[in-house]
Design a protein around this ligand. Structure first.
Ligand code: PLP
Length: 396
């Protein structure tokens, strides 16, 4: 007999993918420019020029046997050292190369981290709305995902909801800021409140709770004043799951890292658990060529001005048409209140206007839809009459 759970996972496409596939067939029917596909979070700006230059140089000037060979399981030492020094300079930490573990992107960073720390029955709290794969990753590692609602309307962290969800089985709190799907950035007060809640609880009950920060969107913030607090500066028992998929527009190349906070008591054991989980999951090592690339372009980000332009245009237009929009300060997603209680029905109605929006139910937040605005500014312009017509259809 097969592993039924995995068979089901393989058969049932996520509703985001489902919508994307629908969009592809609809485009074939009525023309690419007539379908407004806001379903997927695939970066729409190319990787920066520095990426191509560095790749060419690395390929032209490195012994291919070395370049394409296995690296050490945790990643090439000089790559990890460079990244640790960069993180220290940026965030005033004191990490060493041995706090870092190179991965195949944030998804791998998360599965490895969760497998490193979870035992059967452990609970992982996350804040809705959240990335739906968290449930898959947590359950596969033997844990249980506990969904806690964010604050109504703003989707900031609701500390009281966190406090109510903490139990002796809580092993970790998993946060994602800038957030997919809301684009919300958790401010310093949010992080301080969260850290106090979990510290108070663990001290009172003698438990250990990890704070995991999923950070594929850290570099995607649009306004100079928006700060994304670095959790290691607030909480010792913390782990950062980072990825270059979005910041360098390299989602197909699979490169990122895990950083284990060396201020945490027994951090070496946690790091060993990370190495063990990576081994057990069969990752062997992160892509060698892209490790070398990251060593050269660790401080470069794609041109995110298009995302900012798209955000500003959509935010202004949708608000004008009467939509209630949660202001996104980062990532490339926007959460919009559905114009009827059932967001799935709203998303179905939007399809009649060729607007492909994902219902928030999939992210643990009913009554909203997600728009991925990592699309061309032209598509945004062409889509605006459809958004207006959709809103007007509820007024008649
Ligand atoms: C919140 C969040 N976490 C993790 C991932 C996985 O990213 P990666 O491509 O780095 O595996 C994504 C991808 O969209 C995401 O939105």
């Amino acid at each position: 007999m097969l592993n039924e759970k995995n068979v089901q996972l393989g058969k049932v496409r996520s509703s985001i993918r489902e919508l994307f596939e629908y969009g592809k067939s609809r485009k074939a029917e009525i023309g690419e420019q007539n379908v407004f596909d806001f379903s997927l979070g695939n970066p729409s700006v190319p990787a920066p020029a520095e990426v191509k230059e560095a790749l060419k140089d690395i390929i032209d000037n490195t012994d291919p046997v070395v370049l394409h060979g296995y690296t050490s399981a945790q990643g090439d030492f000089s790559v990890r050292k460079t990244l640790a020094e960069y993180i220290n300079e940026r965030f005033d930490t004191a990490l060493t190369a041995d706090c870092l573990y190179m991965t195949c992107g944030a998804a791998a960073s998360l599965t490895i981290t969760l497998n490193a720390i979870l035992n059967a029955g452990d609970e992982v709290i996350t804040i809705a709305p959240y990335f739906p794969e968290y449930k898959v990753f947590t359950e596969h590692a033997g844990g249980k995902l506990i969904e806690v609602k964010g604050k109504k309307g703003t989707f900031a962290i609701d500390i009281q909801n966190i406090e109510a969800a903490l139990t002796p089985c809580t092993k970790a709190v998993l946060i994602n800021s800038p957030n997919n799907p809301s684009g919300v950035v958790y401010g310093e007060a949010d992080i301080i409140g969260l850290v106090k809640a979990i510290s108070d609880y663990s001290q009172k009950h003698g438990t250990e709770i990890y704070l995991i920060s999923d950070e594929p969107y850290r570099e995607l913030v649009f306004d100079g004043g928006t700060k994304v607090p670095y959790i290691m500066n607030y909480y010792d028992r913390s782990i950062v799951c980072y990825s270059y998929s979005k910041s360098l527009s390299l989602p197909g190349e699979r490169i990122g890292y895990i950083a284990v906070n060396n201020k945490m008591p027994g951090w070496e054991e946690v790091y060993a658990g990370v190495c063990g989980a990576g081994r057990a999951l069969g990752y062997v090592c992160a892509p060698a060529l892209f490790q070398q690339l990251i060593k050269r372009v660790y401080n470069v980000t794609s041109d995110i001005s298009v995302y900012k332009r798209n955000r500003d245009r959509l935010l202004a237009a949708l608000t004008e048409y009467g939509y209630e929009v949660v202001r996104p300060d980062g990532a490339f997603y926007m959460f919009v209140k559905a114009l009827e209680p059932d967001a799935k029905l709203f998303a179905e109605r939007a399809k009649k206007y060729e607007l492909l929006l994902v219902a928030g139910d999939d992210f643990g937040a009913e009554g909203y839809v997600r728009l991925s605005y990592c699309v061309s500014p032209q598509m945004i312009e062409l889509s605006l009459p459809a958004f207006k017509a959709l809103a007007d259809s509820y007024k008649n």
